[in-house]
Design a protein around this ligand. Sequence first.
Ligand code: PEP
Ligand code: MN
Length: 344
Amino acid sequence: MIIVMKTACQESDVAEVMLRLDRSGLKGHLSTGVERTVIGVVGVISAVPDLRERLELMPGVEEVIRISRPFKLSSREFKREDTVIRVGDVSIGGDQLVVMAGPCAAETREQVMSTARIARAAGASILRGGAFKPSTSPYSFRGLGEDGLKILAEAREETGLPLITEVLTPEDVELVVRYADILQVGARNMQNFILLDEVGRANKPVMLKRGMSATIEEWLLAVEYILSQGNRQVILCERGIRTFENYTRNTMDISAIPIIDKLSHLPIIADPSHGTGKWYLVAPMALAAVAAGADGLMVEVHPNPDTALKDGAQSLTFEHFQELMKQIAPVAAAVGRTMAGKRA
Ligand code: PEP
Ligand code: MN
């Protein structure tokens, strides 16, 4: 349910409505837009008799609208304007196209530093890299942990690129927050509700990747966990889903990009590296994602993909990444976006 306030309402009217919701065992989330102020109501609304009718009688209330969709705070009904998230000099979700690039996992200082330098010079605006790696097999590389975070933070200092890195467990949030500019919640954790609650309480933007078997509705409901804890800085990331097709690692769901744009005010990033699993499919899917309206890309880059400890098959060499960045600019321009990063 959302409560649309009158344009001329008083602050005290809003406070009264919030108080009424609180007393009814519900929670109000305020969205102050350019055109209108709305209050999103979450909780068991059906348990409060005549709630809608009563709220409509309160001073300052224009109307009360039921949201039929199960997700609320992420919906366009709650907030019409796009959410734009500022990280350093970069804006995610506005007119810029943001490229997040870096290795799947931090392996060595040299590997991270050289990749970060190339990424920045080619026009990337955010550095990616994992220190805590989710792994399908317990025998493959699981990341350097805090040592990896230190290396990534050093690369951030040198290049000035903000850092996005994955947090795997609720217990690690406090540690990862100290190093990261954006917290990544991976596909395998999309429905780890305890972790979602925890990052929802963090004072850092969060990028939530789509679970490999998640519907768009399940994904947006997972986002609600973060938003309803008070963290409004959430980015979505389409990274491919499981289908019967096994030529590719995952099937990149390009249609999810315009669907998210229609349903939600949150920014949407595309990850063609995990979305395909094959390096030579990364560029075509990256261009398709930009054309489809993505706010940005996440791309894995490695100095020597053939010796990478993780995801080598889908990692771009420096040369291929530089080539991709040149191809992206005209496609971005064609859909009215400017590149967030500057090519050196
Ligand atoms: C990653 O970004 O390296 C990663 C593990 O992604 P996903 O959670 O999409 O598999
Ligand atoms: Mn990876």
